[in-house]
Design a protein around this ligand. Sequence first.
Ligand SMILES: Cc1cc2nc3c(=O)[nH]c(=O)nc-3n(C[C@H](O)[C@H](O)[C@H](O)COP(=O)(O)OP(=O)(O)OC[C@H]3O[C@@H](n4cnc5c(N)ncnc54)[C@H](O)[C@@H]3O)c2cc1C
Length: 467
Amino acid sequence: MIAIAEGLILDETALAELHGGFRGEIVGRDDLTYDQHRKVWNGSIDRRPALIARCAGVADVIASVRLCRQHGLPVAVRSGGHSFPGLSVADDSFLIDLSLMKGVRVDPDARTARVQAGVLLGELDRETQAFGLAAPSGIVTHTGVAGLTLGGGIGWIMRKYGLSVDQLRRVDVVTADGELVKASADENADLFWGIRGGGGNFGIVTEFEFDLVPLGPTVMAGPILWAMEDSPEVLRFYRDWVADAPDELMTIVVHRKAPPLPFVPESLHGKPVVMVICCWAGDVEDGEQAIRPMKEFGNPVADVCTAKPFLAHQSMFDPSFPAGRWYYFKSCDVPGLTDEIIDTTVEHSLQISSPLTAFPIWQMGGAVARVGENETAFNGRNAGFTYNIGAATATAEGFDEEREWVRNFWSALEPHFTSVYVNFLMDEGEDRVRQAYGAQKYDRLKTLKRKYDPDNVFRINQNIPPA
Ligand SMILES: Cc1cc2nc3c(=O)[nH]c(=O)nc-3n(C[C@H](O)[C@H](O)[C@H](O)COP(=O)(O)OP(=O)(O)OC[C@H]3O[C@@H](n4cnc5c(N)ncnc54)[C@H](O)[C@@H]3O)c2cc1C
């Protein structure tokens, strides 16, 4: 018997057996790369797993799950490591790390892509855009496809083509028993329903298969900036402009101090601005015409909404969200941008202190809202806008103040909440997870959890305990 962490004892033979056939790498606390592999995106998370199993394939995942079951080890699962509250690493856990599983196979004729769990958004876009195709995903390229998709997946082309889960055809899942099963509309349909929004609660997804949609490769996209003091008028004009926008148009509004990025004129660096960031998933000329009214409103201080490769647009905001900074979020959906919500938004945005804080308001609707609320586990398809109030500091310094700003802003919006996107939750407890799914869907998910993971092996996540 050997102690692999405090209170965690493993029999030596079992560990030797795991090491024996393992194609990937098993990293323990004494290994030189341990600190590198236990790190996650949010720098405020500092957790020490007992062992990190860096899986190279499905067989490694199965062996890891079986070992954990036999020895009662707590299982953490990591793909891109971008969980806001760091739910892909836990102290004294057995961390099943899928980040080595990077396979992507695009079939341009069938317009499908098979994507392994360790693939990041930018890696998937690189492969699909080579054929002028895309799978709907998110807006920062270093985010993991796996965690993003399992929560739903909102991004630049969702209003035209739906959420990531709306273009999902099939998944391969290693269940809590260590068995590999497939789930699709035709096979284990209940599991497929739950996987499309229910996170990692039902098993470890080792491969996703997406339907791809035509996109670009050139799109009309980018931010238009105004001084933040103009935000009351900009937001009111914006609200009316997007009210009956075509599905091709997706927008995100960001309030922040202008970052020192190449697309921002130097004179603006550090000045509070409001940006309307557009992406037109269609013909570039149609996009130019559709976006013109917003470009012509008031006195923009910069306008970099132009025709560009979709890949360039996708990575445009990567520098604003690097790994290692201290991040904190609170989120909610609201039905629309009423005058009251706009006034609250402006009041709190003007109080942003950190130059690294940037919070998005997502325009929802379009194709997302046309899928029935009960067709997938994802909830909140009728949301008007999603607030993802996030704060960032370089280190612990100033973090508490910025976190307080997030909490105050979020509380001020509380009377308007309708739901919350599960992938935008911190570690906020069961009531908030229930709120994310709605009471009825939450009960259905709990019943499904009882079927696929009755012992709650997969509990280090936005957990849905078995009914
Ligand atoms: C910079 C940044 C930008 C973002 N942008 C967007 C966006 O545009 N749109 C959007 O919808 N969301 C966005 N998000 C939120 C994002 O969807 C979630 O953080 C998501 O969980 C990230 O997935 P990951 O694989 O990187 O996470 P991880 O931290 O690896 O995992 C997240 C959760 O999923 C579980 N999990 C991971 N992989 C698997 C698997 N293969 N099988 C089963 N369970 C698994 C983990 O155990 C954990 O509970 C963003 C997050 C960040 C940090």
